[in-house]
Write a protein that binds this ligand. Structure first.
Ligand code: FAD
Length: 449
């Protein structure tokens, strides 16, 4: 039994929330996108939410966790989709948003505190003409620590691949839960121990990352009479090496009608491709569009009044917009079979028709352009979802299950021995975000505390 009076006394100098309703609200993320995850998570809550402001505060929290054997889960902005920051076993939820400073910038290398928001980092970098390599569509609110610990990629992945690709994370400072907690510095390959680990292998206080040249991104939406023509266009743009792009997204009919910002520019029956391109690349893109029968239905340059941005119509914002129209929609995540994308979609559509709407994001993976899909799925029960998943896998897609809170069963697919070994060193009692890492559960049980 945790002696909460002693804990509160030891951490009395750190701002906190103790009220059950507040702790529960702050413990939840966007797992409600999944009708499978939500019932498992909606009642989970931390016992306390803490707002440290200094490394000394963090060390004090870590010491109490180790002494009292209390789980510690980190909260960035809680925009994750799989309950990553939801404590399964209560304990302390540590909000890192006060750690929001740029430590230094050396040309295309940045050292930043983990609680800094992505949009704020880009704003601060702007005068130097460098920017972050990616933005998740939640870039306005999400933190850089939460993105690397819980995200996978996003706007920018068409050029820079995924967050876990070599070269995309250079260093990190991490707080441990050893018998005597301390900060450790990870550089080189060692840094993969905390990259996409849901905070199970340490609390990240600083990240060192490479930057990309900042362009004045032009946004445009190009409409096509069919999803197949839209996909052809998207692939042609993605493969055109002379065109500098940050986003290539396909929304099959009728998905644009779910997005308030797009529906006035969209015509019934059309599928849309959303692009972020440099200004000189627009000419090439326009030529490809007219060759393939496309119509530019909306365009904005950075000088125009930013009423909205196409970035917030892409990636999982598409699911958000669809669910705001009808919460029956949920989603899946997958890579389509290389070179057979259109046949694959046709084949699956024969059986699923309008119960599956195709939202595609083009990315770069292992040197090739790949079509990632986040299709909207009309939820008709767990068995039907499983039937669909089995059919997609049998047809050659690689699925990344968004209906699980388990680290390995979602994006990573396999046990990562480097992450497990690192956790054994820095968190021997299994206190960081317990229950999320299958590798640990299989070896030591759900909690060793
Ligand atoms: P949180 O949700 O707070 O945390 C995520 C995980 O990281 C948790 O396990 C948490 O414990 C851990 N964590 C947070 N900070 C730290 C830290 N400092 N040290 C250790 N662990 C930490 N994801 C993408 O990858 N690409 C997208 O384009 C994208 N689009 C989205 C759109 C919508 C509408 C929604 C709801 C989600 C989307 N996501 C996307 C998922 C999510 O927004 C991102 O992964 C985001 O970057 C998470 O940041 P956060 O600060 O909200 O992290």
């Amino acid at each position: 039994m945790v002696d909460w009076t002693a804990v509160d006394l030891a951490l009395a100098d750190i701002e906190s929330d103790r009220d059950r309703a507040t702790c529960q609200r702050l413990s939840l993320d966007y797992a409600h996108f999944s009708p499978i995850l939500w019932p498992q998570l909606q009642d989970r809550a931390a016992d306390r939410v803490l707002y440290p402001r200094s490394e000394a505060d963090l060390l004090a929290i870590a010491r109490v966790c180790v002494q009292e054997q209390i789980p510690l889960t980190v909260r960035g902005a809680a925009t994750g989709n799989y309950g990553q920051c939801t404590p399964l076993h209560g304990g302390l939820l540590v909000d890192l948003t006060a750690f929001d400073q740029i430590v230094w910038q050396r040309e295309s290398r940045l050292r930043v505190q983990a609680g800094a928001k992505l949009a704020a980092i880009d704003r601060a970098l702007r005068p130097s003409r460098w920017e972050l390599r990616w933005a998740p569509s939640t870039y306005r609110t999400a933190t850089i620590g939460g993105f690397f610990a819980g995200g996978s990629g996003g706007i920018g992945s068409i050029t820079h691949g995924q967050l876990r690709d070599r070269g995309n994370l250079l260093g990190a400072k991490v707080l441990t839960l050893e018998a005597e907690p301390r900060f450790v510095e990870l550089q080189g390959e060692a840094v993969q121990a905390i990259n996409h680990a849901y905070g199970c292998t340490g609390l990240i206080t600083e990240l060192e990352i490479p930057l990309a040249p900042a362009y004045d991104w032009q946004e445009c939406m190009v409409d096509f009479p069919s999803w197949a023509a839209a996909l052809d266009f998207a692939q042609a743009i993605a493969e055109a090496d002379g065109l500098i792009k940050k986003m290539v997204c396909v929304l099959a009919d009728p998905i644009p009608s779910f997005c308030k910002a797009l529906k006035d520019s969209w015509q019934t029956g059309e599928s849309a491709v959303l692009l972020l391109l440099t200004e000189p690349s627009l000419e090439g893109a326009t030529a490809i569009a007219s060759e393939l029968g496309g119509r530019i239905s909306w365009q904005r340059s950075p000088q125009d009044q930013p009423l909205f941005t196409l970035m917030e119509q892409s990636w999982n914002h598409t699911t958000l917009h669809a669910r705001s129209v009808d919460p029956v929609w949920t989603y899946l995540q997958m890579l389509l079979p290389l070179g057979e994308e259109a046949q694959f979609i046709r084949h699956i559509q024969q059986d699923w028709g309008n119960n599956l709407l195709w939202h595609l994001e083009l990315i770069r993976s292992h040197g090739q352009v790949r079509v990632a899909a986040l299709p909207l799925v009309r939820f008709e029960g767990r068995d039907r979802l499983q039937q669909l998943t089995d059919q997609l896998t049998a047809a050659g897609a690689i699925l990344f299950d968004p209906h699980t809170y388990c680290l390995e069963d979602g994006g990573m697919k396999q046990i990562d021995l480097q992450q497990l070994t690192f956790k054994e060193q820095v968190d021997p009692q299994g206190l960081f975000n317990p229950g999320k890492m299958r590798a640990w559960r299989e070896k030591y049980g759900d909690r060793t505390v």
